[in-house]
Structure formats: C-alpha cells, structure tokens
Design a protein around this ligand. Sequence first.
Ligand SMILES: Cc1cc2nc3c(=O)[nH]c(=O)nc-3n(C[C@H](O)[C@H](O)[C@H](O)COP(=O)(O)OP(=O)(O)OC[C@H]3O[C@@H](n4cnc5c(N)ncnc54)[C@H](O)[C@@H]3O)c2cc1C
Length: 387
Amino acid sequence: MDFELSEEHRLIKDTARRIAREVVAPRAKEVDETQEYPEDFFQAFKQAGLLGMPIPESMGGTGNGILPLCLAIEEVAKYECGAGLMFVLSGLPTRPIVFGGNREQQQAYLPSAASGDTKMAFCLTEPDHGSDAANLETRAVRDGDDYVLNGNKVYISGGTVADYLTVFARTGGPGARGISAFVVDAHAPGVNIDRTDDKMGVRSVPTAHFSFNDVRVPAENLLGGEEGKGFNTAMLTLNSMRPTVGARGVGLAEGAAGYAMEWAREREAFGSKVLDFQAIQFMFADMAIQIEAARNLVYKAAWNVDRGMYTREHAHHLSIAKAFATEMANKVAFDALQVLGAQGYMKDHPLERHYRDARQLMIVEGTSQVQRVVISRAMIDRNLVYG
Ligand SMILES: Cc1cc2nc3c(=O)[nH]c(=O)nc-3n(C[C@H](O)[C@H](O)[C@H](O)COP(=O)(O)OP(=O)(O)OC[C@H]3O[C@@H](n4cnc5c(N)ncnc54)[C@H](O)[C@@H]3O)c2cc1C
C-alpha cells in the first residue's frame, strides 16, 4: 500500500491550486451572483492542459486518470464548487464515448473535448425519470441514414455552453435494454433550450432544459453502432465519475473549514478569541475527522477507477465514497457557517454559498438514497461483507 502522491499528481494539484487562487477565488462570489458561466475559469483549465485527464491518451486525452482529476477538483472546489463541476464535465459526457464509442466516434469527439476546443454535456435525466433512468422516454427512431430524436432532458449541467450532447434515448422496448446512447450536435435543428434554472447553489454552471423536436441524428452517431447498449454505458460512466462528485465535497469542506478557522482566530467574545473555546475547537476537530475520512474514501475510490474497478461488482465502493463525501460536505459547511454566527449567514462571507452549493452534491449523479440502494444491494448480495 502506498499513500504517496506521485510527482505527476503533485504537479497537477499544484497547477490547479494556482489557478484556484489566481483565477477562481477572486470571482467566486461574482459568478454565484451573476449566474454567468465563467468562461475564464474554463480557459485557464484549458491553457493548463487539465481538461483531458479522464480521456485516455490513445483517444486524444492526457490520460492522467480520475485520481488526478479529483485532486484538481478538490483544489478549485475550495473556493467555488461550480469550478469543480466544470472539471467533472470533462469526463461525464465524454466517458460514454470512451466506454461505448467506436474508434471513429472517439477520434471525432474526444480530442477536441480533451483540449477544451469543444464542450459537451450529459443528457440522461428527464422530467418524469431522474433516479429511475432505466424507464426514460426520449425516443430515437431509425429513418434511413438517421435517427429522429424526440423528447425532453432536464437539469443538464453546462447545457447552455455545450457544442455536443451525449443523449440517452429509447430505441427499443421498455427498460434498460431498450436504451441507446448518441452524440448530438447541440446546435442541430430541433434542439431547443426551453429554459434554465434559477438554482439554490452551484449557480455558476447553468442547468438547461432541452427539448428535442424531430432532431435528425446521423446513424453514425449511435455510440458503438449498436442499439441497446446505452444504459450500461451510462452506468459505467456514472460509476467511474462518482469519486469526482465526492472530490467536489472534499474541496468544498476544506475551503469552508479553513475560512471558518481563520475567522475564529480573530473574532473576540467574552474577552477571548472564539477559537479559544473548546466547543469551537471540537467543532473543528469533528470537521477534520470527517474531511480526512472522506478524502481517503474519495482517493481510494478514484484509485480503484483508474485500475478499471468501476463495473457493477465494484459500484458499491464508489457509491460509499460519493455518499459519504457529499454528506460530509453538508455537515462541514453547516458547522463552518455556525462558527461565524450571524456573519456566517450573510453574503459578506463565502460560507452561506458553500452551504447552498453543498446541497447539490447529495442530489446529482445519483442521490444519497440511490447510493444506499447500490450499497445495501451489494451487502445483501454478499459482494460486500465484513466477516
Ligand atoms: C444542479 C443539478 C445539476 C444536474 N445536472 C445533470 C446533468 O448534467 N445531466 C443529467 O442527466 N442530470 C442532471 N441532474 C439531474 C440529477 O441527476 C437528478 O436530479 C437525480 O438523478 C435525481 O433525480 P430526480 O431529481 O428526478 O429525483 P427523483 O428520482 O424523482 O427522486 C425523488 C426522491 O426520491 C428518492 N428516490 C428515488 N428513487 C429511490 C429509490 N429507489 N429508493 C429510495 N429513494 C429513492 C430520491 O433520492 C429523491 O429523494 C442535475 C440535477 C441538479 C439538481
């Protein structure tokens, strides 16, 4: 067992840390207020060559993997959780092509996504099918050399800035086996953004509601050239990206705890510093315990993914990391805000924003309840036993 980060990992972490401090931190409050996608953050990630990490070198990426991606996410999420989501989006819509695409599709879409020349978004959720994605209703019907796509996708992160969409649609009968995956040109006729959301948190990255109205998608854009593989591709993608959502939680919690600690060093009450009260010190101890535990779970889960352990039999380890780290972020953000008292409640400090942002993490890419479905099923099926 080796818990040391490699030289490459440290370099990526340091680069992300520099960008986080120089580019992300100064605008973190502003992008929350304006809800404008921070293209300058994206350009900084692009210039540093950090957008190809989840894409193998053989497919045009840098191939560093999910662990270094988590390290980068952790650094930027200390200041702005949406910046962490921007990194997640380098993998969430591209990995279906990595896992399910053929060579031509990988060459057509992945190098430009890895370099940051194009942006993609992941379209799974529908108005009536979120957790229950296996019953999605968006339909793609073969018509000559095309498929004709009709349906709705909601809450699509980064949808307003995307060039291409990875869309999961029904080509066959009911259930998971009837679902296929497509790459869709986001500007094709019939692709409409009906609205965006006024969100509680993570406001820098817009979520779009798409409607597809008789969109003609070339048959060559069916991932893998085979119908019925889409749901499995979506699950492999979500499994393999779970640590990155956890990393957003770890970074957010570190940022919140660090900010509260600096504030408590200075604030006076009853003739002493707030940090001198043992009740406050123990709150920080609890934050540290939780952050350390979550960080180790997330790194281990990411390490597993980079060794190919993201298929169904490994899914519970990834779900454990996602559930724990995202719930931890909520607890730490809650306590860090409490340390500041009334000031924590005000927009003069970043803690109310961290608190709002943290809430998203327990919902996206599988709710906390859905993670528990995966984990408990593994225990019941005896894949996960503590003997
Ligand atoms: C900010 C944001 C960004 C998002 N970005 C994207 C994106 O980029 N692409 C995309 O495709 N989707 C995206 N989503 C959608 C997200 O993945 C879904 O919201 C999520 O999967 C839950 O689906 P739902 O909201 O429809 O809730 P539902 O599935 O309707 O669930 C409602 C409640 O029931 C619980 N529940 C459901 N099933 C079970 C079960 N079997 N056992 C126990 N409890 C259960 C849930 O945990 C939840 O509490 C985003 C969502 C948000 C909030």
